[in-house]
Design a protein around this ligand. Structure first.
Ligand SMILES: Nc1ncnc2c1ncn2[C@@H]1O[C@H](COP(=O)(O)OP(=O)(O)O)[C@@H](O)[C@H]1O
Ligand SMILES: [Mg+2]
Length: 282
């Protein structure tokens, strides 16, 4: 969270449960009794094995899905009240896994303009927002380019710019780097961190543990339940529990553990290369 942002909540889930109706197997509870809040300006990472309910949870944060039981509020607006949906979807913008599915226009600038156009923003203001959003994601030089010819990381940053151009309070990203190469992943993560520093709340679903290290807080889902919540240091100290869920600790934490086993003295929570270097030089 960047300094100066008051910790006022933007998202609140209380006793949230969600049930899919499946034709073959009957009903499936994808979320069970989930309660948490996210403060304005916070960066929250959500981890969990496949099928644990992460995407289902993400879709509740901008009213794409509505609770079967319990409640979700976005900026104090109840998602189950349909009258709030328009405002909620503008407040909480979603970025999905596959960048190709998010391209809607034939040039980058038209693509980014699509969201604000739908919000009825005046055209001069749209142009300013498009420029600003492309600047923020590091794609200002690509306005006239064809989005489908860009790299995966560039496409995903254009998708993020399209959301940013709608001036959301909160950015919800559902495994935005899953289909990208390491360079694209780095570009997207740098962009997400920069936007958070600018004051945008971030909810990042990821299966890359090293991405969760950048968050203020990590939440872990398993079988539709919220099973852990804490700082990255707190959560990644629980390596055995994470492994039992089929998750892992970040690569640097694993390396630090190997070094400890080899007799090197290190602090209990070493998560980043910088922390490891400073511990080794101590
Ligand atoms: N559209 C759907 N219809 C029925 N069941 C679904 C649907 N989407 C997801 N599920 C089920 O809900 C559970 C949670 O899925 P999901 O939220 O996609 O998990 P994750 O994103 O963590 O992989 C899984 O058991 C999945 O099979
Ligand atoms: Mg998912």
């Amino acid at each position: 969270m960047h300094p100066g942002v008051s910790p006022i909540e933007i998202i609140r889930a209380k006793g949230l449960g969600f049930k899919y109706q499946q034709a073959d197997t009957g009903e499936c509870w994808a979320l069970r009794d989930i309660s948490f809040t996210v403060n304005k300006g916070e960066f929250v990472a959500i981890l969990g094995p496949n099928g644990s309910g992460k995407s289902t949870l993400a879709k509740h944060l901008n009213a794409l899905l509505l609770p079967t039981c319990g409640e979700v509020w976005v900026n104090g607006l109840l998602t189950s009240d349909e009258a709030n949906h328009w405002q909620i979807r503008q407040l909480a913008g979603m970025v999905f896994q596959n960048p190709d599915n998010q391209i809607v226009a034939t040039t980058v600038e038209e693509d980014v303009a699509f969201g604000p156009e739908n919000l009825g923003v005046p055209s001069a203001e749209i142009r300013a927002r498009v420029d600003e959003a492309l600047e923020l994601v590091g794609m200002a030089g690509y306005k006239k380019h064809a989005p489908h010819l860009l790299s995966g990381g560039q496409k995903q940053r254009v998708a993020i710019a399209g959301v940013i151009a709608m001036r959301p309070e909160c950015l919800i990203l559902d495994e935005p780097t899953a289909m990208l190469d390491p360079r694209g992943r780095m570009e997207v993560m740098e962009t997400v961190k920069r936007l958070n520093k600018e004051g945008i709340t971030v909810v990042l679903i990821t299966h890359f543990m090293e991405e969760a290290v950048a968050a203020d807080r990590v939440m872990v889902l398993a079988d539709g339940r919220l099973v852990m919540s804490g700082t990255p240091e707190e959560v990644f100290l629980r390596g055995d529990e994470l492994r039992a869920l089929g998750l892992d600790t970040p690569p640097v934490a694993r390396l630090a553990q190997e070094l400890r086993l080899a007799g090197v003295e290190l602090a209990p929570s070493v998560l980043t290369v910088e922390e490891l270097v400073s511990e080794l030089c101590r």
